[in-house]
Design a protein around this ligand. Sequence first.
Ligand code: GDP
Length: 523
Amino acid sequence: MLFCRTFAIISHPDAGKTTLTEKLLLYGGAVQEAGAVKAKGERRRATSDWMKIEQERGISISSTALQFEYKGMQMNLLDTPGHEDFSEDTYRTIAAADNAVMLLDGAKGLEAQTLKLFDVVKLRKLPLFTFINKMDRPSLEPLELLDTIEKTLGVVPCPMTWPIGSGDRFQGVYDRQKKKIYLFERVSGGGKKASEVQIDDLNDPKLSGLIPEELLDNLREELEILDEIAEPLDINKVLDQKQSPVWFGSGYNNFGIQNFLESFMELSQGPRGRASTDGVIPPDSSEFSGFVFKLQANMDPKHRDRIAFVRVCSGKFEKDMQVLHTRTGKTVRLSAPSKLFAQRRETIESAYAGDIIGFVNPGAFAIGDTITTGKKIQYEGIPSFSPEFFNWIRNPNPSKQKNFKKGIDQLREEGAVQVLYSLSDFEIDPVLAAVGQLQFEVVESRMLTEYGVETRYEPLPFQVARWVKGGWPVADKLKGVLFNAQIFKDAQERPVILFKNQWAVDNFQEKFADVELLNVAPL
Ligand code: GDP
């Protein structure tokens, strides 16, 4: 079934992603009541509690794929964990999506985490849809917001709806295509529909009774400016990531979401062909294929469940199917596949391109692995993203050295953490590098429960990692001349420079203008 839309939401913590997700699921009838999406407090608990939750549920509470149906279209929403459960999985999840929804807080605009996530959206060339949230609070000037998006992301925003006031004076939005005004009604908890007024002429006297004159004047003026300066929406440009349709609303008040959802269904893309070692594989190919984008370990030592999340890229998957695991060349029988339907994990019989399925205890699966019923192919890999936290990992017990090494190697292969090595002969312990602190805690816990090794961390004074374009021929020349930075090698023996902070990176770039630094590992 190709009538599906697989998408991920990128946002900064607190922009309203949980709230929006919940409202989207309500539209799809996947959850009956608000609050069914993981409770906020629960998600923000300390890591030890997080592990307990993992144990109780036996499944990820962080990155999951939620499925709901809207007007006959199957929507697959990939949840991208933020806050302290931010990890490389967050980036990889985006690599499994076909579309990205960028959710911004109207008062804050583009924030740090959104920008980082956008890097992956850009790399994957996903169409970008923008929802500007919390318009019931005082917001930044909408025209300025659009200008910042265009300048910072290099994507031209195309307003689909336009806000009328904000904060206490928020009146609703004007739909530029339908030429309708949707009036905002303050309802707590959501669920109520906004009232619509068809407007063919913005000077229609009936508007005066509904919206304060001053805001109407403002709206007329801004719409005129938009007609002059905004590029007309062009679906090809949207699919090409050159334009981003923009909606305004308030997730909490369930306002503006339907406008978004309806156009999103039309403008977003279904599963498309994906690049492999055998060219682009079309989604409707007769052979089933997919790739692993996330591995989830159950923290319960009694149930060493691992779940591998696979994005289906082509063909039809059927339960108990035999597939080729192309990296090892082994044939694997895939039983007990599951899908996440809202909060429930359900065993499924079949799945199609665009779907996300999870396999329990899939054996030797690693991030980026391809499985297929067809001939041996490998999908384009999932790159390593720039880590920001670095710790030496120490094994205080020399008799456990073998297990220590085995554990680190396996966890690295699985993609739980990145591993870097010192160039100095005196330092044999590896450095763990992560994009989120949670990854360290997961490794520490798994080293103990799965490999029987108690480990210790020692932080390194670095915050930024950059790969060097051109590899060692370039990096060798930098040995001994770096300031506030040090060269390491990654598991593929590529040079990686760790910098003390962004300032040190800028300084480096000034001094060595001809050296190109990369924030994603070259594939
Ligand atoms: P997340 O961290 O991005 O998942 O954000 P949440 O959905 O948990 O929202 C963060 C806070 O913003 C919560 O207190 C929400 O109730 C609030 N919030 C979300 N959407 C809106 C909105 O449209 N208007 C207002 N005023 N608050 C909102």
